[in-house]
Write a protein that binds this ligand. Structure first.
Ligand SMILES: Cc1cc2nc3c(=O)[nH]c(=O)nc-3n(C[C@H](O)[C@H](O)[C@H](O)COP(=O)(O)OP(=O)(O)OC[C@H]3O[C@@H](n4cnc5c(N)ncnc54)[C@H](O)[C@@H]3O)c2cc1C
Length: 420
């Protein structure tokens, strides 16, 4: 079921924190310098995980450099950039696979912070948002379930929450709950009525009845805290655990998903750019058949296609971010297009970079094969390519049907000319 997204309420300090072009350039340069000088030297070897003490040291350095939580309101300890100014900063952070974790703008915390800022009560913000924004806590988001529960189709949500005398009782299972091993709390979606009617709950991970029952090992390494299977057995939560209002969970999911899938595009675009840089350096240094690789036509074809993918992704991301800020509903619609295009384009760029580097590209001597592992799941989570294409095509058909209807109703039968 496709739910309508509510209009986005801009955080109160959006405009106060909006940077001029020169100020934004300065901030982006500072992020680039920080990633190059502090973060890249501390990266784990390909296939390894970032150790928590190293992460915490890097985070302290990011705070000292005033680069921490760029997307969160300054009231909660962030930089407070408006959404349309996130893309360049997130891309610069994503130039290192661990950059977004260090700057505290990595999934799932980043999307959860954004949603809490939009929807939570003042007390919930104090209890859940502030520790996340300051890097004192971490979180996870529980939507996906074992089959036949919710995956691509949210109407299959089978975790339930029922009213009790003291609040709600949650029963069900979640899987692929990214970050759950380290999280202090989960934002859990549970069915609270008819099909398609759900409520979001803020559930501390140590609530009795909530258990991590199995680890699910996936190919990626940089989302902290695994993607485990979590069970809810008669988990009792008070009314104050309801995020926003009961039964509006599907609507709130759109508040989270539009920006959350776009910020993945921003971060992974940084990694695509890093891959292209690695390939460009290699193609410059390597000579074959009497000339440099970057002077040979077939290699230039790979390089040029990647430049086109990077620039097209960047433009689409910026347009979508600007639209999300102005009109959440239209922005969320366009974020489907951006998500499909960028997730596929970023994968292609990294794959081409591997090709240009030959055998080293698929070895541990270069990080490119691991980068491919990092971005591969992005074509599945936050809506698979096929789910989004299905929604995009249906919206296009409906739009054209409305246009035909309007034309039919006009006495002279003229085209309306609208492309929206
Ligand atoms: C690394 C990783 C992290 C994740 N993190 C989280 C998280 O933090 N929280 C969370 O709730 N979930 C998370 N997920 C789960 C993810 O959102 C789901 O895997 C995704 O929604 C797909 O659901 P599914 O796995 O059940 O696949 P299914 O729903 O079974 O879909 C399988 C395939 O069906 C195809 N398909 C889907 N719709 C259509 C259509 N309309 N037409 C044609 N084909 C279609 C697609 O190819 C799709 O890949 C994560 C997954 C991964 C891999």
């Amino acid at each position: 079921m496709i739910q309508k997204a509510p209009r986005r309420e801009p955080p109160s300090d959006d405009d106060a924190n909006r940077r001029s072009r020169a100020e934004l350039d300065h901030l982006v340069h500072r992020v680039e310098d920080f990633i190059r000088d502090v973060v890249i030297p501390a990266e784990p070897a390909p296939g390894q995980y970032l150790e928590l003490p190293v992460r915490d040291e890097l985070r302290a350095a990011a705070k000292a450099a005033r680069l921490f939580a760029p997307h969160v309101s300054s009231k909660w300890g962030g930089i407070g950039l408006p959404l349309s100014q996130w893309p360049e900063v997130f891309e610069a952070a994503g130039y290192s696979p661990i950059g977004p974790v260090v700057l505290n703008c990595m999934a799932p915390d980043e999307g959860n912070m954004h949603m809490l800022e939009q929807i939570a009560t003042p007390e919930q913000k104090r209890q859940f948002l502030e520790p996340l924004a300051r890097g004192h806590a971490s979180s996870c988001f529980g939507m996906t379930e074992p089959h036949p529960g919710a995956g691509s189709d949210p109407s299959q949500l089978s975790t339930t929450a029922e009213r009790s005398s003291s609040g709600w009782v949650i029963n069900g299972e979640k899987r692929f709950s990214s970050g759950a091993n380290l999280a202090e709390f989960m934002i859990a979606m549970a069915r609270t009525g008819e099909v398609g009617e759900a409520t979001m709950f803020l559930v501390p991970m140590d609530t009795p009845g909530m258990t991590i029952t199995r680890q699910i090992n996936t190919v990626d390494r940089v989302i902290d805290g695994g993607h485990p299977h979590v069970e809810f057995n008669n988990v009792s939560v008070p009314d104050s655990a309801v995020l926003g209002e009961p039964h509006r969970g599907m609507e709130y999911a759109q508040v989270r998903l539009g920006p959350a899938r776009l910020t993945h595009c921003m971060r992974w675009l940084g990694l695509a750019r890093r891959s292209q840089d690695i390939a460009l350096d290699r193609a410059h240094d390597r000579s074959l058949f009497g000339s440099r690789l970057d002077e040979q036509g077939l290699a230039q074809e790979l390089i040029a296609q990647s430049e086109i993918d990077i620039e097209a992704s960047r433009s689409l991301i910026q347009r979508t971010a600007t639209l999300l800020e102005e009109d959440n509903r239209a922005g969320t619609r366009l974020s489907s297009v951006a998500k499909v295009f960028c997730s596929e384009a970023i994968y292609r760029v990294i794959d081409r970079s591997i090709q240009l580097c030959g055998g080293d590209g698929v070895s541990d001597d270069l990080p490119l094969a691991q980068y491919l592992n990092e971005v591969r799941p992005f074509r599945i989570y936050d809506g698979s390519t096929e789910t989004h294409k299905w929604a995009i095509a249906r919206r296009a058909s409906r739009r054209r049907a409305r246009e035909r209807q309007r034309r039919h109703e006009q006495p002279d039968g003229q085209e309306s000319g609208s492309t929206k």
